[in-house]
Design a protein around this ligand. Structure first.
Ligand code: MEV
Length: 423
């Protein structure tokens, strides 16, 4: 655990000072940051992860502050190209602190593999035959991964579904696998491939696809937080945030943007820790469909004291072992900074970040709107690209906002004026 995730003045520190502050809070050595330097992961290392590699694509990596999860302060590593995301998560986490921060929980880490069966003459009877012999199928699948079984994982059950499709009725066998601290794709795919001949023989059909489902609805993580009324800006702001939420709950067009705000936080932590962003995104959006309609992944309510309460529950198939989590040095550093001990710890950290991000976006939307913040960042970028120092940039940003003119020629004119005193 971090001694405190409230690091005074973190935003205005230099990179070296930030590294030192994070190392201090987490009892890591400053050298942990060698892993995030450019030469720690060059094209040679990258070529072990992908193909036809000619370079490395870098992104900003930072940490959100102010997070308390289940009574423990934590730093939340985030990799994102989007301005304001890390600041917004930190801000929402600060608003959740008076009521104890985020409270989280998870289901067991159950991933599912599907085996698709074709040409089954009697799908309902085949389903019964498969379930009668499930122990045999489970043993066969478990034999593929004795290490996983040894640590308490492995296949925990079988489900058989019958799906009417365009050209025929498919029988689908789901292997429900506890993958412990892995993301689990490799484990479940291996099991599905190994068990598919036996499954096909029992069903008297032909096995075709043997692959996990990214609708990981048996591997859910949840976060809940109470957001302080005063820090949010009062009762009217809460009522407006609730209107924003209700629109997302009712309207798929708004829900997609609302959920995108959640994913700003989720994907940033998933990426920073070397996990599979696409798997998490596929799981999220499939989970956002309820009774056939796409809706909000989160909920917001007012509690008895008039504070705002948010919850988020979604599939979170992330791991600490395998894939880039172990191979990518920056991912290793991120996991050390987050101080997570299990895949469930990481999953819950990620969902807490998603809820924080969501609240931060709704608060801005329900008050001043997003453009003010975006435009001041845009103004800062313009000023820096015109060669302004930090002090000059601050003056230029204020002037552009006051003039509502975000043009490069104005930036140059103001900069000349600041340097020569001539208007
Ligand atoms: C922008 O990246 C995310 C938001 O659009 C989310 C939302 O509208 O809730 C601000």
């Amino acid at each position: 655990m971090a001694q405190t995730s409230r690091i005074a003045g973190f935003r205005s520190m230099s990179v070296a000072e930030r590294r030192h502050a994070v190392a201090n809070q987490t009892a890591l050595e400053d050298e942990v940051f060698d892993q995030v330097d450019a030469d720690a992961f060059g094209p040679e290392q990258a070529a072990n992860l992908s193909e036809n590699v000619f370079g490395v694509f870098s992104l900003p990596l930072g940490t959100a502050t102010n997070f308390t999860i289940n009574g423990t302060d934590v730093l939340v590593p985030m990799a994102t190209e989007e301005a304001s995301v890390i600041a917004a998560a930190s801000n929402a986490a600060r608003i959740a602190r008076p009521a104890g921060g985020f409270h989280t929980s998870s289901t067991a880490p159950i991933m599912q593999a599907q085996v698709q069966l074709l040409g089954v003459a009697d799908p309902h009877a085949a389903r019964s035959r498969l379930l009668e012999r499930q122990d045999e199928i489970i043993d066969l699948a478990n034999a593929q991964d004795p290490k996983l079984v040894e640590v308490g994982g492995g296949v925990k059950g079988l489900q058989v579904r019958i799906v009417e499709a365009k050209s025929e009725t498919y029988v689908l066998v789901h292997l429900l696998v506890d993958v412990r601290d892995a993301m689990g794709a490799n484990a479940v795919n291996t099991m599905a491939e190994a068990a598919s001949d036996t499954i096909a023989a029992i069903a008297e059909g032909r096995a075709l696809l043997r692959i996990l489902t990214n609708k990981a609805d048996l591997r859910l993580s949840r976060a809940r937080a109470v957001f302080d009324k005063e820090l949010l800006g009062g009762g009217e702001v809460i009522d407006n945030i609730l209107h924003a939420y209700e629109l997302a709950a009712a309207d798929p067009y708004r829900a997609a943007t609302h959920n995108k705000g959640i994913m700003n936080g989720i994907s940033a932590v998933v990426l920073a820790t070397g996990n599979d962003t696409r798997a998490v995104e596929a799981g999220a959006h499939s989970h956002a469909v309820v009774d056939g309609r796409y809706t909000s992944l989160s909920t917001f309510e007012k509690n008895a004291a008039g504070d705002l309460v948010g919850t988020l529950e979604m599939p979170m198939p992330v791991g600490l072992v395998g894939g880039a989590t172990k191979v990518h040095p920056a991912a290793r550093a991120a996991l050390q900074i987050a101080e997570v001990k299990s895949a469930a710890d990481l999953a819950e950290l990620i969902v807490a970040a998603g809820l924080a991000q969501n609240l931060a976006a709704l608060r801005v939307l329900a008050t001043e709107g997003v453009q003010r913040g975006h435009m001041s960042l845009h103004a800062k970028n313009l000023a820096v690209s015109a060669g302004a120092t930090d002090e000059e940039a601050a003056v230029i940003v204020d002037r552009l906002i006051a003039e509502k003119a975000f043009r490069f020629d104005r930036v140059q004119a103001i900069l000349t004026e600041l340097r020569t005193g001539v208007r």
